[in-house]
Design a binder for this molecule. Structure first.
Ligand SMILES: C[S@@+](CC[C@H](N)C(=O)[O-])C[C@H]1O[C@@H](n2cnc3c(N)ncnc32)[C@H](O)[C@@H]1O
Length: 284
């Protein structure tokens, strides 16, 4: 069962964090009007041709990737629990001149509502720090299967759960197996955009909010690769791609990470490689 009370606390934490994150990004509407695109090659490859595709972007945050998907030809709907993120996304869509639909909802509620309404999408997409906010991965996968047309695809690009066992100093501090239980962070969601600098601000980095402290705590769930794949298969989807990558796009989660071309972050020199991201495609 999804833990909606914890999702609500996360909504408050995301509202506060999203304001701080966007305060560091220079004129994003202009970036899009001038042809900007926030997608990385991994999701572009896994999503394939988007011309004429009906797509739902689950947990879209402030909509930058949703607009990039729409720019590539998708009829895009972004869904997110954060009021601030959805308000920002709607304004950005209007200011950038890229039409897309944005809905503020808990993803579980939206999936149930869309299935009740008989809605069928060609593609569902979720990426970069989305799955850790899901309190019930199996219910989520069933919900996604319920809104895909036959042949429709789920595409996930995520930070690798194996890397989540490390603290910032690469010490093995956290368990790999989350057992479906939440981890609660009293400090809530931090200002990781400020920490990443230009890597997460493609429109340009500006000083913005300083010394951000989130007044709301947050709750996350650790889903292993086996949890996700099993949930997807049990939901009746067929796995067609599962890739692991030795770098993470845009996010320097650990001390001493080096930045390669294309904002690919890798471990410091001398540290053996490890999986830092994965991509999954499954079809109904
Ligand atoms: C790290 S962000 C995802 C960023 C995204 N990849 C993008 O395109 O910018 C995680 C998002 O999940 C959303 N979220 C967390 N729990 C949710 C829930 N239960 N239902 C819908 N959205 C949720 C948060 O509001 C936040 O915007």
């Amino acid at each position: 069962m999804p833990s909606r009370d914890l999702h609500e606390e996360n909504r408050l934490a995301w509202n506060a964090a999203t304001d701080a994150h966007n305060s560091h990004k220079a004129d994003q509407a202009r970036f899009f009007r001038e042809g900007g695109d926030t997608l990385f090659p991994e999701e572009v490859e896994l999503l394939g041709d988007l011309a004429g595709v009906t797509l739902v972007h689950l947990q879209c945050n402030a909509g930058q990737d949703t607009l990039s998907l729409a720019r590539r030809g998708a009829t895009a709907t972004g869904v997110d629990i954060s009021d601030t993120a959805i308000a920002f996304a709607r304004q950005l869509s209007a200011d950038a001149g890229i039409p897309a639909t944005f809905v503020r909802a808990d993803v579980y509620d939206w999936l149930a509502e869309a299935a009740r309404g008989g809605r069928q999408f060609d593609a569902a997409f979720s990426s970069y720090g989305a799955l850790c906010w899901l309190s019930d991965i199996r219910a989520w996968a069933r919900g996604v299967a319920g809104i895909l047309r036959p042949g429709g695809r789920l595409v996930v690009v995520e930070f690798h759960p194996f890397a989540m066992i490390f603290d910032e100093q690469w010490q093995h501090k956290y368990p790999y197996f989350g057992d479906g239980k939440p981890s609660t962070w009293d400090e809530g969601i931090g200002d990781y955009v400020a920490m990443a600098g230009t890597a997460l601000a493609p429109s340009g980095y500006v000083e913005g909010v300083q010394s951000f402290k989130n007044p709301h705590r947050s709750h996350e769930w650790q889903w292993g690769l086996g949890d996700l794949v099993t949930a997807v298969l049990d939901a009746g989807l067929a796995l067609t791609a599962l890739k692991e990558y030795p770098y993470s796009n845009g996010a320097k989660q650990f001390e001493g990470m080096r930045e390669l071309a294309g904002k690919r972050m890798v471990p410091p020199d001398g540290v053996p490689n490890l999986p830092l991201m994965y991509g999954l495609v499954a079809r109904r």
